[in-house]
Design a protein around this ligand. Structure first.
Ligand SMILES: [Fe+2]
Length: 404
């Protein structure tokens, strides 16, 4: 092993031990079509009087919340709505939501929407009981006090935020985007209702689904895997490999939509315990540099990073292939790994996802590589550690040919 990589592996070994001891809650789930109407019965069991519902304006305008809000009233609870969540939630969003919570004398928070609404609601709830600046919550375990009851209703199948300890927030003053990680941010319960995802267009379905697949694969092949992580990651991978293309073609299939919501949740349960890897480090930085959407960046980058990692991850990639039914299970690990990566490339192609990033510019590769490695090394417990030249080579392969 390269001498520079030894401290990274030492850090991974220490953290792996710590992650095994750390207790992380698993939210209970209510799964199935129409279950969003039953969710208030679960919320009511926590003796809730008045809910702050955190969402965005497009979902409000679509009327997607109507059946849930009616059911809240029918269960003799009140609600107020904060629908100002932006695609990248800001400090302002937290301030406005928190003010509404306090002025309205709420005693619970329900997030309704995609990852942005779920993350925003988590931080609003954290601020209810933790009177400290949001910047001071950055990092790991910075939330001192327990949150008020917090529940999640995802309307996309990808981020897995309904199962994770993380919330991402942007400081719009200095444009810094950072994560707050604490087991207290895990919701008490989540509803996985496929009727809420019926309206997602094929491209968004594909990108969010590939984000979930990346969570599952990066959790599985990383060093922090445990039997529980492996079980959830295998199950999520199997579902996404087998159902994602079909649901992109037939978005009104409730069974497939349900499967994708469950897979996204399982992948969330897995990666919140085992972290992610270079695909995410690259996607985060492509997002920061050019605004490339997260799921799309993950989808394009995933096969490239697996090609780089396969030398040290063939056994696990072959496991994933066997479990997902890719290739002949009797084939060698190396051959199955090749089939597995090929399968992901084919899925991308069939869903209209390219193999390169159009926005990526050659001149930015040195700066991007430095930022990617700063994010990933040693935080992400990847199977094969990347150095600067490896990263430059990988990013060069992501350049669209006409930009060369
Ligand atoms: Fe992700």
């Amino acid at each position: 092993m390269n001498l520079k990589k030894i401290p990274y592996r030492a850090s991974h070994t220490v953290m792996k031990g710590a992650m095994k001891i750390l207790k992380m809650p698993v939210p209970s789930t209510l799964v199935g079509p129409g279950m969003v109407k039953r969710f208030p019965e679960i919320i009511k069991e926590c003796k809730i009087r008045k809910i702050l519902v955190v969402t965005d304006k497009p979902l409000m305008n679509l009327g997607l919340l109507d059946s849930f809000l009616n059911a809240v009233k029918n269960n003799q609870m009140e609600y107020v709505i904060y629908d100002g969540v932006q695609p990248n939630p800001t400090f302002e969003n937290i301030k406005e939501g928190l003010l509404l919570y306090k002025q309205s004398d709420c005693d619970a928070v329900v997030a309704f929407g995609g990852g942005s609404s779920l993350d925003c609601a988590k931080i609003i709830a954290a601020r209810v009981t933790n009177d400290k600046p949001i910047e001071k919550m950055k990092g790991l375990f910075k939330i001192g006090h327990k949150l008020p009851p917090y529940f999640a209703i995802p309307t996309t199948a990808g981020t897995g935020s309904e199962a994770t300890i993380a919330a991402v927030i942007t400081n719009s003053t200095n444009h810094e985007k950072f994560a707050i990680n604490d087991p207290k941010l895990v919701p008490l319960a989540a509803v996985l209702d496929p009727e809420l995802t019926l309206g997602l267009p094929p491209s968004l379905t594909a990108h969010t689904g590939m984000d979930a697949l990346t969570h599952a694969i990066e959790a599985y092949i990383g060093w922090y895997d445990t039997p529980f992580v492996r079980e959830k990651a295998l199950s999520a991978t199997q579902t996404i490999i087998n159902d994602l293309e079909a649901v992109c073609k037939n978005g009104s299939d409730l069974g497939l939509r349900r499967n994708m919501l469950v897979a996204s949740y399982e992948a969330g349960v897995a990666f919140t315990r085992a972290y992610v890897g270079y695909v995410h480090a690259i996607a985060h930085n492509l997002g920061g540099f050019y605004g490339v959407p997260h799921g799309f960046a993950n989808a394009v980058t995933l096969p490239h990073v697996l090609e780089f990692s396969k030398k040290n991850a063939a056994k696990k990639l072959a496991d994933l292939a066997r479990f997902a039914g890719v290739g002949d299970p009797a084939e060698s690990d190396n051959i199955l790994t090749m089939h597995f990566i090929q399968k992901i490339k084919e899925m991308n192609k069939n869903m209209g996802i390219p193999s390169t990033i159009d926005a990526l510019q050659i001149k930015d590769i040195p700066e991007l590589s430095a930022r990617i490695l700063k994010e990933a090394n040693p935080t992400y417990p990847v199977p094969r550690i990347m150095d600067y030249n490896d990263c430059v080579n990988l990013l060069s392969n992501l350049i669209t040919p006409q930009h060369l």
